[in-house]
Design a protein around this ligand. Structure first.
Ligand code: KG4
Ligand code: ZN
Length: 337
């Protein structure tokens, strides 16, 4: 089945052509340089950028793949969760194509897309498995059962972990996005130099809380400055803050796997790029299997949306022109997605 995927939920504009588990082409335009100067994503600017870039990427996709749009079996577009203006651009564009070429159109839950991204990298993967989804927008633990029923079993009650990386980075005077910067610096720092709190780590649930970390880092910086030290130990602060976040993520994810008797764990989202997270995964519990898709499928992309949409199209679903963006689509993951 040949599916066109469209993703515009946040700050990546992406279009892709996917044939079963094979990605023919996945084009991703990251708006990061545009938002960088504001220190975070500006929703209105994101929507305008999508509007500008989406038609260009679509033309590029057709040109590079040489595929006649009439040959595709259907169109899949992210319907939510995400920024309303940004989602609207993708959904409207997809509707236009669906009418023009008379193709079925399905709206895909972005989070479900992240789950299906695994099949692009590991077609042999079979449920059940646990997904740790860590990005700038979400921190979730998902349980995927034998029949691909996806359930959110844990989430951050405040900041997403990527957001926490970005906020700590800002306190340390690093650029945006902060995750990669902290990752780099932390390699030369001592993760045990500061003992930052690991909130909710031993709670019986699978939820997280990351908003307190930036406050702890802030207090530590103030304390160090008051002590009139010559230079802030930025590398040690970065390494210690990163370690605190990773410890909680790994503890909760492996606990979920053990509690439910599930052996496979999958990573998704931009924070999955973190080298310390990847390094510690394997040593955490050798008896579990870890799947880490390549970053192009971990961070936001249209290939995963096409792959998830394919399963809907295969069951003859067609949202057609009734499709509307659902920015708060969050809880609704399960049989009905
Ligand atoms: O999934 P993603 O690319 O975009 C969305 O959030 O939609 O994730 C971006 C987040 C940012 O917060 C960024 O700081 C974080 O992922 N990130 C990292 C690393 N690379 C990106 N965090 C920690 N370590 C990294 N190497
Ligand atoms: Zn995402």
């Amino acid at each position: 089945m040949l599916v066109l995927g469209i993703e515009t939920s946040c700050d990546e504009t992406s279009v892709a052509l996917v044939n079963n588990n094979d990605v023919i082409l996945n084009l991703v335009y990251s708006q990061i340089q545009t938002h960088k100067k504001f220190g975070g994503i500006v929703p209105e600017i994101a929507a305008r950028e999508h509007l500008k870039k989406l038609p260009l990427l679509f033309s590029q996709l057709l040109k590079e793949t040489q595929i006649d749009i009439n040959e595709i079996d259907g169109i899949a577009v992210t319907k939510g969760p995400g920024l309303i203006g940004a989602l609207l651009v993708g959904v409207s564009f997809a509707k236009g194509l669906a009418i023009r070429y008379n193709k079925p159109l399905v709206g895909v839950n972005h989070i479900v897309g992240h789950v299906y991204a695994n099949y692009l990298a590991y077609p042999e993967l079979r449920p059940p498995y646990i997904v740790l989804m860590v990005s700038g927008g979400h921190t979730l633990i998902l349980k995927v059962n034998e029949s691909m029923h996806i359930k959110i079993i844990g989430r951050s009650v405040d900041d997403a972990v990527g957001e926490a990386f970005d906020k700590v980075a800002r306190l340390l005077g690093l650029g945006y996005p902060g995750g990669p910067e902290i990752d780099k610096l932390a390699k030369e720092g001592n993760p045990k130099a500061f003992n930052f709190p690991r909130p909710k780590m031993y709670d019986p649930d699978y939820d997280f809380s990351f908003s307190g970390l930036k406050t702890s880092v802030l207090y530590e910086i103030k304390r160090l400055k008051n002590a009139e030290i010559e230079e802030l130990p930025i590398k040690d602060l970065a390494a210690s803050a990163q370690e605190a976040m990773i410890d909680v993520l790994l503890h909760k994810t492996t606990k979920a796997a053990k509690d439910f008797g599930i052996k496979n764990i999958v990573l998704a989202g931009g924070v999955a790029a973190n080298s310390r997270l990847r390094e510690k995964l394997a040593e955490y519990t050798p008896e579990l299997n870890f799947f880490i898709p390549p970053l192009e499928f971990c961070s936001d992309n249209a290939a995963m949306i096409a792959r998830a949409g394919m399963t809907l199209l295969e069951s003859w679903k067609n949202d057609g022109l009734r499709l509307e963006p659902s920015p708060n689509l969050f809880e609704m993951i399960g049989d009905e997605w």
